[in-house]
Design a protein around this ligand. Structure first.
Ligand code: ZN
Length: 229
């Protein structure tokens, strides 16, 4: 008796994803792993799976981006013999906030940024300063190089990483990772919340506590490894 109950439970567990995939079961899109990512939905357990699915599916990724205010230009893949070939990339121009300059990003990196902006960055700015961030300052995304001091290709070599150095608020106040990370005022409190939110949105986030090379920026990327330092 007990064994058949166990078997039934195992069967139900295995059948559930199939039933959702085949649409035999009506599950709300945010709880359906195969539904496109909706940037406006509060992130949940399935969000990183949905982000991961965007890697090899440019059409699905554009569909996700189009649920966000992100403005971007799709870019063609580079030729395969390029030193650092680019695939599934676009030029991010603006969002509800501006950037100091537009940047090339893989589509999943852009989608993760849109999630980060809506669900972590702006809520942190509202909570600490009562106003939104209007500008994100970065120092680049694409650079055809290895990780400093190693033979491994950097996530920057595929435009799958972004280095963020600071933020500007609506009233013009500037917050700098280099200057404000180690203080103990509102600026530092904001940066800690932003760092935590970045960890929740991107696969890897490295900040000033990681090493001296990151003392002036948050490195965020959508590579294979999950790191939050
Ligand atoms: Zn970086």
């Amino acid at each position: 008796m007990r064994r058949s109950l166990l078997l039934m439970m195992v069967f139900a567990l295995l059948a559930l994803p199939v039933a959702v995939y085949r649409q035999w079961l009506d599950v709300p899109p945010r709880w359906n792993p195969w539904a496109p990512l909706d940037i406006t939905e509060t992130p949940n357990l399935l969000t990183s799976f949905k982000l991961w699915r965007l890697q090899d599916d440019p059409a699905l990724c554009r569909q996700a981006l189009d649920t966000s205010p992100l403005r971007y230009l799709p870019l063609p893949d580079s030729s395969a013999d390029a030193d650092c070939p680019l695939e599934n990339v676009l030029r991010v121009q603006a969002s509800e906030l501006k950037f100091n300059s537009s940047f090339v990003a893989t589509c999943p990196l852009a989608a993760a940024f849109a999630l980060f902006e809506r669900h972590h960055l702006q809520p942190a700015a509202q909570a600490v300063f009562g106003q939104p961030v209007t500008l994100v300052e970065h120092v680049g995304s694409f650079a055809c190089r290895n990780v400093a001091g190693s033979q491994r290709r950097s996530q920057h070599a595929s435009a799958n990483a972004l280095d963020i150095v600071g933020f500007r608020l609506r009233d013009g106040q500037r917050i700098s990772v280099l200057r404000d990370w180690t203080t103990d005022g509102d600026e530092a409190r904001f940066l800690r919340q932003v760092h935590e939110g970045a960890c929740a949105s991107f696969n890897s986030t490295l900040g000033p506590d990681y090493n001296a090379a990151h003392r002036d920026h948050f490195h965020v990327d959508m590579g294979l490894y999950r790191m939050c330092r």
